[in-house]
Design a protein around this ligand. Structure first.
Ligand code: B3K
Ligand code: ZN
Length: 876
């Protein structure tokens, strides 16, 4: 495919005011009749022809203003319908297509999942249903008439409000008419039909309107949707309270399906979800699942304003809706749970997904300026880094002006398809600041490296900060300009108390934020009577890699005293990473790593401190991930040494704090029934982290402790913690418990996914054989994205020593799967392929084997545009 460029953007030549769709659902021959009110776009010189997008479509008929269009007046292929000489005035186009939902394995457009029909249109799936100008800046009012066999699809849903429903006399078919009064882009279109149960509720909005809420699930599972419903209502309240946004239709429906390419989709008034993000019960879902449901439900609901009412002009603006909506869902979860714990979790996600992306061949700006396959741009960069940009904006202009800017944005752009510039302009207007340099965050890829050096002058009582930035080169962007980096900071006195901050020149310092907007800049704090300890980038105020000249002593001090809880955690992580990097070197040199005893004591005091929130203590006691350590080392990576260093540190800590850890572990035992709230989840997570440390030795006692944890569990969270700990301890106990788990849950696919993914991540020699064996299990299927992600995704992304086996068999395996999957579901195949994104940082042997595997994939067969795009960039 030719690359699409932002610079080539042109407004649409034709506008569509209304769309009337008649969809006759049938498992193999679904008919779609589309009636479009079309007019030339007054903003553009209309070109001679009207071009409509299609994808694998079969055209049955086309009429213009009621008359069949002669053969010489149009051209039709499966990919495009061209009306050669459309009338100058507005006109009606009537198009009939036919499609086979059962044959749709790409899960884009209209497809079957379980016993239901459902759709996925973002980004370019509507063109798989009917010919249409399938781009987000064409917004139309849709009316949809669905018909189906009454038994095949008793439930018929579409966007908007239900207008009418009834039986079709003398047939076994029925119909429903849905009307969505809000003009929307085609990517937000959705229909669902099937035999589904409904969980009903209602919500009264702040202006007193009653909204009917429905969550549709597979028959028999409505009881598992209660938490999702609760999360939805809390999201609705929160958006009113915090952003002043009210829901705007009479109904809001959510449908859970089991075959879905991603997490969920924000179709107007009819969200479609991966059932993983709807269904939960204490017996089947972990605390992490509950938290995931809460945030995805919120995310999709929040899109109603940030995405649907105001949408993207083109796909380059994707983060206009995604970055902003992630920011909103993160804020929601912070308010509903613990802010510091949520911040830590979000930064962990950013570091383990976005940072590697941003430092490898797939790096791209938050607003890319070119793409070949838009589906490949639903990335951690667009989502997570996009959210960080919004957070920085709020830090820079302050909460009040940020709120004003949001209000202005909603006011000014409601009903529009707009751009990042237009969004940022709202904040520039309310704050009267020039945000043009800030826009570089959208334009320049790469994680900035910020160096901070301090000089204390006892005589002058000043602390001088020398701050410098470097933005690394990324594909297509060899040189960079300096960015605007807001650094929240504080100074601690010897007792760990925050000192008041006075800066020599005022600047932005009021709320403890300094702003680096040049390559280098100096800041002087005055009135500092003794050498303080610097805490910088508090709350992770900027998504950067910080290189500060902070001593280990100071880091240990911060880990105990920083009033900023994020930085408390960060300090301990940092000092741990320093130790781990040394260990990796030692291991590679054939030596035994020696750990600084102060580190063990730091972990011990984190455990001792009873004043800490459980969930926060759990974070403190969690070591950096293999990805984070890999990133810290940066090049010539030996995954075995990385793994060994982490394991040995975990063992040392486990041994060092064993007695108190065991006591604490016992004291945290749940009593009473399971509640999914943050407090009890935090207790369970601390207990699980302690279990991990206590079982790190992998000895017989460890196996017993983990197995007991598993066997005595009364909820899925504890069950999985036990299984996860035991999975690292080879032996018969593990295999027996794995069997037990399967026997208990074999009829529950979502639970079996956990079983698959835990096994796929076992860091042992025979992991690949185990994965291959599991692929033959009847529960596994390459056609279901959740199964693929659970087994293959966990192996490629969660088992570094075995995926990156020195003999290259891990790579060979993955490319074989991708080759096979590409023909079925290119999106999922392309996503798996991103497991290679850091291949150039590997040591030479593995690098060569990874490259060979990638080249082999590039050389074979017909590649989808999704896989071809990732391949070209990864090798590029
Ligand atoms: N907007 C969808 C993602 C669509 C992905 C298309 N390949 C879900 C979300 O971000 O809310
Ligand atoms: Zn989203």
């Amino acid at each position: 495919a030719r690359p699409v460029r932002l610079a080539d953007y042109q407004p649409p030549a034709f506008l569509i005011d209304t769309v009337e769709l008649g969809i006759d659902l049938d498992r193999h021959r679904t008919r779609v009749r589309s009636v479009l009110r079309v007019r030339a776009n007054p903003e553009r010189q209309a070109p001679a022809a009207l071009e409509l997008d299609g994808d694998e479509l079969k055209l049955l008929s086309v009429k213009l203003d009621g008359r069949p269009l002669p053969a010489d007046a149009h051209e039709a292929t499966a990919q495009k319908l061209t009306i050669l000489q459309p009338p100058a005035e507005s006109f009606t186009l009537e198009i009939e297509t036919e499609l086979d939902p059962s044959a749709n394995t790409k899960l884009m457009g209209l497809y079957r999942s379980g016993s239901a029909y459902c759709t996925q249109c973002e980004a370019e799936g509507f063109r798989r249903i009917t010919y249409f100008p399938d781009r987000p800046d064409v917004m139309a009012v849709y009316t949809v008439t669905l018909t189906a066999d009454r038994d095949d699809a008793p439930v018929l849903l579409a966007n908007g409000n239900l207008q009418q429903k009834g039986e079709i006399p003398e047939t076994n078919r029925h119909f429903a008419v849905w009307h969505d009064p809000h003009p929307k882009p085609s990517y937000l279109f959705a229909v669902v039909g099937g035999n589904l149960d409904r969980l009903s509720d209602s919500f009264t909005t702040m202006s007193g309107r009653k909204v009917e809420l429905g969550i549709y699930v597979e028959p028999g599972k409505a009881g598992r949707a209660t938490y999702a419903m609760d999360a939805l209502k809390r999201s609705m309240v929160w958006d009113e309270k915090v952003f002043g946004r009210e829901y705007d239709l009479d109904v809001f429906n959510i449908v859970a399906v089991s075959d879905f390419n991603m997490g969920a989709m924000e179709n107007k008034g009819l969200n479609v979800f991966n059932d993983k993000y709807v269904l939960a019960s204490p017996e089947t879902a972990t605390d992490a699942d509950y938290a995931g449901i809460e945030s995805v439900i919120a995310h999709e609901y929040f899109h109603n304003w940030t995405g649907n009412r105001i949408t993207c002009r083109d796909w380059f603006q994707l983060c206009l809706k995604e970055g902003l909506t992630v920011f909103r869902d993160q804020e929601f979860s912070s308010d509903e749970r613990s802010r510091p714990v949520k911040r830590i979790a979000d930064v962990r996600t950013l570091r383990s997904h976005q940072f590697p992306e941003d430092s490898g061949p797939l790096a791209h700006p938050v607003r890319p300026d070119t793409y070949r396959e838009i589906n490949n741009f639903y990335t951690a960069t667009i989502y997570e880094k996009g959210a960080e940009i919004i957070r920085m904006l709020k830090t820079l202009i302050g909460a009040d002006l940020f709120a004003k800017g949001m209000d202005l944005y909603f006011d000014r752009h409601d009903g529009q398809a707009t751009t990042i510039e237009a969004f940022i302009a709202c904040f520039a207007d309310v704050s009267k600041q020039d945000l043009s340099q800030f826009m570089l965050w959208y334009a320049q890829a790469g994680t900035p490296e910020v160096q901070v050096q301090t000089r204390y002058d006892a005589e002058a009582k000043t602390l001088h900060l020398d701050v410098a930035q470097k933005v690394p080169a990324t594909p297509g962007q060899p040189t960079k300009k300096p960015m605007v980096v807001p650094l929240a900071f504080g100074l601690l006195d010897q007792d760990g108390r925050d000192l008041p901050i006075r800066l020599a020149d005022d600047g932005w310092a009021e709320n403890g934020v300094i702003v680096l907007d040049q390559e280098q800049k100096g800041f002087t704090c005055t009135g500092v009577s003794a050498r303080p300890v610097l805490s910088v980038n508090r709350g992770f105020s900027a998504p950067i890699r910080l290189i500060a000249d902070i001593t280990e002593d100071d880091l240990f001090f911060l880990a105990r005293h920083d009033s900023d809880f994020f930085n408390r955690w960060e300090a301990l992580q940092k000092v741990t990473l320093r130790e781990l990097v040394k260990s990796v070197d030692a291991i590679r040199a054939g030596e035994t790593p020696a750990t600084d005893p102060r580190l063990i004591s730091a972990f011990a005091s984190s455990l001792e401190d009873q004043s800490l929130e459980h969930a926060f203590a759990a974070q403190l006691l969690t070591l950096p991930s293999e990805v984070e350590l890999t990133l810290e080392i940066g090049r010539d990576i030996d995954p075995d040494a990385v793994h060994a260093a982490l394991l040995s540190l975990r063992q040392e800590i486990g041994a060092g704090i064993a007695a108190q850890a065991l006591e604490r572990y016992r004291s945290l035992q749940d009593s009473g029934p399971f509640v999914p709230g943050a407090a009890s989840a935090g207790r369970r997570s601390l207990r699980a982290v302690l279990l991990g440390l206590l079982t790190a030795s992998h000895g017989k006692e460890a196996a017993e402790l983990a197995a007991t944890h598993y066997r005595s569990a009364t909820n899925m969270t504890d069950r999985i913690s036990g299984l996860a700990a035991l999975s690292r301890i080879p032996g018969t106990e593990r295999e027996e418990v794995l069997k037990d788990f399967r026997a208990r849950y074999r009829n529950d696919a979502l639970v079996m996914d956990k079983w698959l993914s835990i096994q796929a991540a076992i860091p042992e020699e025979d992991a690949l054989d185990r994965v291959k064996r599991l692929m033959k299990e009847p529960d596994f299927s390459l056609s279901n994205p959740n199964r693929v992600r659970a087994l293959i995704g966990s192996f490629a992304g969660g088992n570094p020593t075995q995926f990156h086996r020195a003999d290259g068999t891990g790579y060979q395996f993955l490319v074989r799967i991708i080759d096979e999957l590409d023909a079925k579901n290119p999106q999922v195949a392309a996503r798996l392929l991103t497991a290679f994104r850091s291949w150039r940082t590997l040591e030479a042997g593995r690098r060569a084997r990874a490259e060979a595997a990638l080249k082999q994939l590039a050389g074979g067969g017909n590649r989808s545009s999704d896989v071809a795009d990732i391949l070209t960039r990864t090798l590029g």
